[in-house]
Design a protein around this ligand. Structure first.
Ligand SMILES: [Zn+2]
Length: 306
């Protein structure tokens, strides 16, 4: 089930060189057999070596792990932190994990490892306070009221305006009023200031489908604007039974959200800026795909994250 190192390096070099061109045809690539083949990724040689040498020690808790420690959110001893790419994100990401979700199976930790300055992970029911921030925070959840990414700005703006009209004695008023004035002033005098969307933070729920419903209806979250990622197909290797293939793993959801945010809200051309969020995911996806393919007859248990 090991990949040939030379083949893998060659492949990723080729991918990097082709990055710019292939990005444009990503929708086509998504439908192909390996949807992760055209990513602009840092060298995964370090993962390849770690995979060959087997589990290693977590320098924080001492636990024996493959690639990274899913409880401490750090890479293991034989995966030096400096060889892991750092991804700069345009938004803060909060991930709320269900306490029953098995840590080793969650891809949420990938986000924390690769974008440590922008990502926070919480275990339900411990979640941050979003009261008074529902004009700048959204929840990714496919509910009946959910909107698409390109409509986020419109809906957040409506909330800002709604707040400006009502409740003058509200303690939240001064900062919101100030913010609103600033946005409007910017639109009149300087067009470029209009481009800055109100959105600051995105909340993702990391759990099975039933648990996700429970968390999303929590009173601390239910006032947030719900956003749905409608068109992406998952390549999650632990595809959940009975779920449509648009049910994404957490890291896929974060990645696709950011790509669409970049295109539809920042209105900028996407050049692979966030592709390294799939640094671990794409590697593990290929390992598991290969393991499944090469040992179909013997029915193995390709459990790489434990
Ligand atoms: Zn640890």
């Amino acid at each position: 089930m090991a990949l040939s190192p030379s083949l893998f390096t060659q492949e990723s070099e080729k991918n990097n060189a082709n990055c710019m061109e292939t990005k444009q045809s990503q929708t086509v690539a998504m439908a192909s057999e390996d949807p992760l083949q055209n990513l602009c990724l840092a060298s995964q040689e370090v993962l390849h070596k770690a995979q060959q040498s087997g589990r290693s020690r977590c320098l924080q808790c001492g636990g024996s792990r493959m690639f990274y420690c899913y409880t401490c959110y750090v890479p293991v001893e034989n995966v030096p932190t400096e060889q892991i790419p750092v991804v700069q994100l345009p938004l803060k990401i909060d991930i709320i994990k269900h306490p029953n979700e098995t840590d080793g199976k969650s891809t949420a930790v990938h986000a924390k490892l690769l974008a440590p300055n922008s990502v926070s992970i919480y275990t339900y029911p411990c979640i941050p306070e979003y009261e008074g921030k529902d004009h700048e925070v959204v929840l990714v959840f496919p509910g009946p009221q959910s909107v698409s990414i390109k409509d986020i700005s419109f809906h957040l703006q409506k909330r800002i305006e709604g707040k400006g009209r009502g409740k003058t004695d509200d303690l939240d008023m001064p900062p919101i009023k100030l913010k609103r004035a600033k946005v409007e002033e910017g639109c009149d005098s300087n067009e470029s200031m209009c481009k800055g969307p109100a959105l600051k933070r995105v909340v993702f729920i990391d759990s099975t489908w039933n648990q996700t419903n429970q968390i999303a209806s929590d009173e601390r979250l239910r006032e947030l604007l719900q956003v749905e990622l409608k068109t992406r197909k998952t390549c999650f290797w632990r595809h959940q039974k009975g779920k449509p293939d648009t049910f994404l793993s957490t890291i896929e959801a974060i990645y696709y959200f950011l790509v669409d945010y970049h295109r539809d809200m920042l209105k900028e051309r996407y050049k692979g800026q966030y592709d390294n969020l799939l640094f671990f995911y794409s590697f593990m996806y290929r390992l598991i795909k290969n393991a499944k393919g090469s040992a179909e007859k013997t029915k193995p248990k390709p459990s790489l994250t434990h």
